[in-house]
Design a protein around this ligand. Structure first.
Ligand code: FAD
Ligand code: SF4
Ligand code: SF4
Length: 371
């Protein structure tokens, strides 16, 4: 028998060659499927419903309502993150629905908006993120803006199909009536909600012309919620808040709720970051090498083992990769996020159990050892 296989003999101290690193290590939790766009339709003038079908028997990419996946298309270098817009319980088998909004100057959303993309092949990865309902019985306050409708819609569907007896107030921020969608579907929930609890869909428009026929709420959605519902209709200590959509809307909403005394345990959010957002940074002094971030990252080289950093004006300008799998099971140097590879999905931030990853940490890593 070859020496490499004699691990049963405790007195046989031959050094075992380390196995070749698994290039697909990131797929331990996050799987990737080929898929085809089978439905492509306008929800509004700039927002699309995109349904991707993956082959029968392929990996299940969504685990629960609120999570997201990434879409990669040919010709665009990096994937982008998109929330699953339907609860897994209501999707057809192997199908995934997304609501995607055109971003000015955006590469992938611009590609989508160019023409009907039915029949196009894409690569889908997931599931990612921890956003989704908690198991308390508090009133759910969902606040979404723009395509943030996706995750909150999926969560509402989950509560409905699983017959979860909770009140649900869904505030939706849009600019004008032309930006509204899914109104009839969500209004229908008001008439048929589990256990005689309340569901309310409340669209709030920020730029609707004064003289239009709109007689619903106006203003910024988080401000409207604060002025008309918080501690008036809904006591702050009776709610759990779920925000989804543009970062400024979420930052304002979180501030409002924190000022009203809600703790961070009662506030959940999923910010739609993009290429303009800062890449997160790993603080190696906090990192305990648990690998959780590596198991959820959507692309190969966003988080790497690195050493010999060259720093100029507080930015890392150069670093050397350490070959993964060849460091005796310990990270010899530093785990490092390469901001040129990072797609700002923030999956690693969500996954890190030790608060070691944040976009607000200093960009220069705390280096453990130089090679
Ligand atoms: C967890 C998560 C979930 C998301 N879910 C959804 C969803 O359900 N629906 C949805 O529509 N979106 C969602 N997004 C946003 C989505 O991932 C994309 O960021 C968005 O679609 C824009 O992608 P793009 O390729 O069109 O734009 P990009 O090409 O990535 O560009 C985005 C913007 O950044 C600018 N830009 C590009 N490069 C640079 C640079 N180097 N410096 C400065 N500015 C730059 C562009 O001009 C553009 O304005 C989500 C994001 C996250 C993180
Ligand atoms: S480094 Fe983190 S935020 Fe960036 S792509 Fe990888 S998992 Fe996503
Ligand atoms: S998840 Fe956090 S603690 Fe674990 S390896 Fe990544 S950075 Fe380190």
């Amino acid at each position: 028998m070859a020496k490499l296989d004699t691990f049963n003999d405790p007195f046989d101290f031959h050094i075992r060659t380390l196995p070749e690193p698994n290039p697909d290590i990131q797929t331990l939790r996050v799987h990737t499927n080929e898929g085809e766009i089978i439905k492509f339709e306008n929800l509004t003038y700039d927002t699309y419903r995109v349904v991707v079908k993956c082959p029968e028997g392929s990996y299940k990419l969504s685990a629960r309502a609120g999570q997201y996946g990434t879409i990669k298309v040919d010709g665009i270098q990096k994937p982008r993150s998109y929330s699953f817009a339907q609860a897994p319980e209501v999707e057809n088998p192997n199908e995934y629905t997304f609501f995607i909004r055109l971003v000015e100057g955006g590469e992938l959303s611009g590609w989508l908006a160019e023409k009907d993309r039915t029949g196009e092949k894409v690569e889908l990865s997931g599931p990612m993120g921890k956003f989704g309902i908690d198991d308390s019985n508090k009133t759910i306050v969902g606040i979404a803006g723009g395509s943030g409708m996706s995750a909150i819609n999926a969560i509402a569907q989950q509560v409905k199909v699983q017959d979860i007896p909770r009140d649900f107030y869904f505030f939706y921020g849009a600019r004008t009536q032309k930006d509204l969608y899914l109104v009839d579907e969500l209004k229908a929930f008001e008439k048929d909600w589990p256990a005689c609890k309340t569901f309310k869909f409340i669209p709030v428009l920020s730029e609707e012309p004064e003289d239009s026929d709109w007689d619903g709420p106006r203003g910024f959605v988080t401000q409207y919620f604060q002025e008309h519902y918080l501690n008036k209709v809904l006591d702050a200590d009776s709610i759990k808040a779920f925000f989804c959509g543009p970062p400024p809307m979420i930052d304002h909403g979180v501030k409002v709720l924190e000022e009203a005394g809600l703790s961070s345990a009662d506030i959940y959010y999923d910010k739609f970051e993009d290429a303009r957002s800062p890449a997160p940074v790993i603080d190696n002094a906090k990192c305990v090498l648990c690998d959780e971030c590596l198991m959820v990252k959507p692309i190969k080289n966003c988080i790497v083992e690195a050493t010999n950093f060259k720093v100029s004006n507080g930015d890392v300008t150069e670093f050397e990769r350490v070959r993964p799998g060849h460091t005796s099971g310990l990270y010899y140097n530093s785990l490092f996020i390469d901001e040129n590879e990072c797609i700002r999905c923030y999956a690693c931030v969500d996954a890190c159990p030790h608060d070691a990853i944040s976009p607000v940490y200093e960009q220069v890593p705390k280096i453990l050892r130089q090679i």
